[in-house]
Design a protein. Structure first.
Lengths: 331, 134
């Protein structure tokens, strides 16, 4: 059995799955559109939670949020099912494929056989689409890969029931209701307003304030924990910002693409300018990554390098604060 | 980022013939997508993480050899796990599995408990028991 699903590569797995599943239903929605309407841009810093032995820094909301918010704002209903039992999870998936429904799955990355070894960490919030089954192999469309691939029953079971933080528990999801008329304008405005609210939130670990808190922490990491650990933290931060899935610059370029796409729909000229500004900010994030990588590569030990990285980040925070205030006004 | 600036460095992705999608602007300033084979700052960041893991594995191996920790710690590091992830895979509380890192406690574990670890590490109980850090 095989559904007539078309694979499109995307930068980020969740937007990609959402965009691909909706395209299959006849809604032509790009990855940046899903990302923008779903308020995908965010920043938070949770120093007490350790991921890969470094403080958790995220450039995006919790897994599932982007698709759920985008669907809600577009009036689309998405069904999500979790399973306690491996067998019933497989039966439900096969039932869907028989009914010609390509199905989104949340999976763990560690046992994804087609990923390069270096990328296989215990990260459980990856997304992919199963669009068929042939000769006991499930046909897989993983949006971050250029082409489609396959997994055996056992391999798929393993990644659907990966353990640890955010365990997927076999979760599958697919749209069940598509409205006849979609209010694009309203959905885009809601998405932007929500993003501005979150990025400007008066909470020290979220949004612009979160960026400032990380900026101020960088020299402290070096002072209190030594250069080796500080460099490890910086490397982890750069990975979160730039690794597969962000489209570069911690999602800033995807967001700039969204604003550009939104401008003609909202008939708002200001969004073109703001898109350009977001691109400039994204470029500064890239510069930050380059400079941070120089620090952990050369193992330079002056306290100055950490202070200059800190200043760079504070500058980005100032620009973003200004940016999101202007964006709020423009809508 | 401009389209012609999308980095095409050699790295962990290009080695596996994988390209990732980036968003960049074309000559008219309009957004488009471009494939990237890799970017050096990312490659170094990833190498830094992998080196960190290797150091942890070597340290765990030494500790098993010197009788400081049980093989569980070693295999946990090999599988890039921490106590939270391991606890979830074997279905036991963290305080309980942390006790099992002591060689004296590990020696007394029943086969039933050992088999849970063996399954999580995808090895046999014998391999787990007989690992001496060499």
């Amino acid at each position: 059995m095989e559904t007539n699903f078309i694979h499109h590569q995307s930068a980020h797995c969740e937007n990609g799955v959402a965009s691909n599943l909706l395209k299959h239903q006849g809604i032509n929605i790009s990855e940046p559109m899903v990302f923008g309407i779903g308020s995908g841009i965010l920043f938070f810093y949770l120093p007490i939670l350790k991921v890969n032995h470094a403080p958790a820094i995220s450039y995006r909301p919790m897994p599932g949020f982007i698709f759920n918010r985008a669907a809600k704002r577009l009036g689309i209903k998405v069904k999500r099912i979790k399973f306690s039992n491996e067998k019933s999870a497989q039966i439900a998936l096969e039932e869907n494929l028989r009914n010609n429904i390509p199905t989104g799955l949340q999976v763990g990355v560690y046992n994804l056989t087609y990923f390069p070894d270096e990328y296989r960490f215990h990260f459980n919030a990856h997304n992919l689409v199963v669009y068929g089954k042939k000769d006991n192999h499930f046909l897989i469309s993983d949006p971050v890969m250029e082409t489609v691939t396959t997994l055996t029953e056992a391999e798929l079971e393993k990644v659907r029931f990966a353990k640890g933080a955010l365990a997927p528990k076999g979760q599958m999801y697919y749209p069940i209701h598509i409205p006849t008329e979609i209010d694009w304008e309203g959905a885009i405005k809601k998405g932007i307003k929500n993003t501005c609210r979150e990025m400007l939130a008066p909470i020290p670990i979220v949004g612009v304030k979160g960026i400032r808190m990380v900026a101020r922490s960088i020299p402290k990491w070096a002072d209190k924990k030594g250069n080796k650990i500080a460099n490890h933290y910086l490397a982890q931060m750069v990975r979160m910002q730039e690794e597969i899935g962000t489209g570069g610059g911690g999602f800033r370029f995807i967001y700039a693409a969204f604003l550009q796409e939104a401008a003609p729909i909202l008939k708002n000229e200001k969004l073109y300018e703001l898109s350009k500004e977001m691109t400039r900010i994204g470029d500064l994030w890239r510069d930050f990554a380059v400079n941070a990588s120089r620090v952990y590569k050369n193992r330079s030990s002056q306290t100055d390098v950490y202070n200059s990285l800190s200043k760079e980040l504070l500058h980005i925070a100032d620009l973003e604060e200004n940016f999101f205030k202007m964006l709020k006004k423009a809508i | 980022m401009k389209k012609e600036e999308v980095p095409q460095d050699k790295g962990n992705l290009s080695k596996n013939n994988i390209k990732e999608l980036c968003y960049a602007t074309d000559e008219n300033g309009n957004y488009t997508t471009a494939l990237s084979t890799g970017w050096e700052p990312k490659t170094i960041a990833l190498q830094n993480s992998l080196q960190d893991i290797n150091e942890r594995i070597e340290k765990a191996k030494e500790d098993v050899k010197n009788g400081i920790s049980s093989p569980i710690v070693y295999f946990m590091e090999v599988h890039k796990m921490d106590w939270v992830v391991l606890s979830s895979y074997v279905g036991m509380w963290i305080w309980r599995i942390k006790r099992h890192r002591k060689p004296s406690v590990f020696k007394k574990l029943s086969n039933k408990v050992l088999s849970k670890y063996a399954e999580a590490f995808e090895i046999s109980v014998e391999e787990l028991k007989n690992f001496k850090g060499e």
